[in-house]
Design a protein around this ligand. Sequence first.
Ligand SMILES: NC(=O)c1ccc[n+]([C@@H]2O[C@H](COP(=O)([O-])OP(=O)(O)OC[C@H]3O[C@@H](n4cnc5c(N)ncnc54)[C@H](OP(=O)(O)O)[C@@H]3O)[C@@H](O)[C@H]2O)c1
Length: 280
Amino acid sequence: MAKLDERIGFIGGGNMAFSIGSGLIRGGIVKASQVMVSGPHIENLSRWRELGATTTDDNNDVLEHTDIIFICVKPHMLGPCAAQLKYKHVPSAKDANKLFVSVLAGTTLQTLEETFAFIGMSGLKMIRTMPNTSMQVGEGCTVYTGNAHVAHQDLEKVHLMLNSLGLAQQVPEPMIDAVTGVTGCGPAFVYTIIESLADGAVKQGVPRQMALQFAAQTLLGAAKTVLLTGKHPAVLRDEVCSPGGSTIVGVHELEKGNLRATIINAVEKSSLRSAELGKK
Ligand SMILES: NC(=O)c1ccc[n+]([C@@H]2O[C@H](COP(=O)([O-])OP(=O)(O)OC[C@H]3O[C@@H](n4cnc5c(N)ncnc54)[C@H](OP(=O)(O)O)[C@@H]3O)[C@@H](O)[C@H]2O)c1
């Protein structure tokens, strides 16, 4: 039994869209038959068809036939995509009920409203989100904010969808770019850390596959410990660093390599870049 009756659309069916859409279908929040996806190359949407969703190469089909529409194109494709829609779209009273959900990095609610001003003349309902691809395994982390036309029930529906794929949290819009460096880009940083941990183990003679599994599980365990105990990471680290032991020696190496400053810089640069990409 699906938890939402609305038809769900995706304009752009790439990685982020698929992480959300496939998760919603697998989690039973919507049925595949409620989902429609558009993209310029229909051959790139075969994984959606395998799930049972409808695909089209016309974005206007999604605009016409769905109720909650995720905009999942790259930020630089927003203008061309809106221009295609504007050319075909026939304004109607139904427009005011449609809810748009953007996943575009750095793209503000104001830009989104201006870009799609030709839809819903009396006020377009727009929610800006920053999700991440860990949604595909139900462990995503998404922040979101809505514009003035979004009703409480709209936010509740979007929260239900996003929270079913991990953690979802409403935040003030200015916080979204800041969070992007952690949640949107963070998975790539963490994959690098997992690979490095595994490389260290391989160097010590552990077979590669085993090393990767151990590294990923160690990260998962540490993350869960932070979340479930509520303890500060520094307290947890102190608990595993016995005096004169092997862990503190490794921690010292991380400090010598400036790991913390490097990660802080990475988050900062990614957040700034995200805001910059949205302005272009
Ligand atoms: N990936 C992440 O980790 C992540 C995290 C947070 C937010 N985001 C945001 O998610 C958005 C999509 O990123 P992504 O990683 O999913 O990129 P992606 O995999 O390249 O997906 C972009 C999709 O847009 C389609 N597309 C291109 N032009 C289009 C048009 N005119 N109309 C409709 N669809 C069009 C592409 O289709 P073709 O391939 O057939 O050309 C492709 O399927 C970006 O705005 C990004 O900022 C991504």
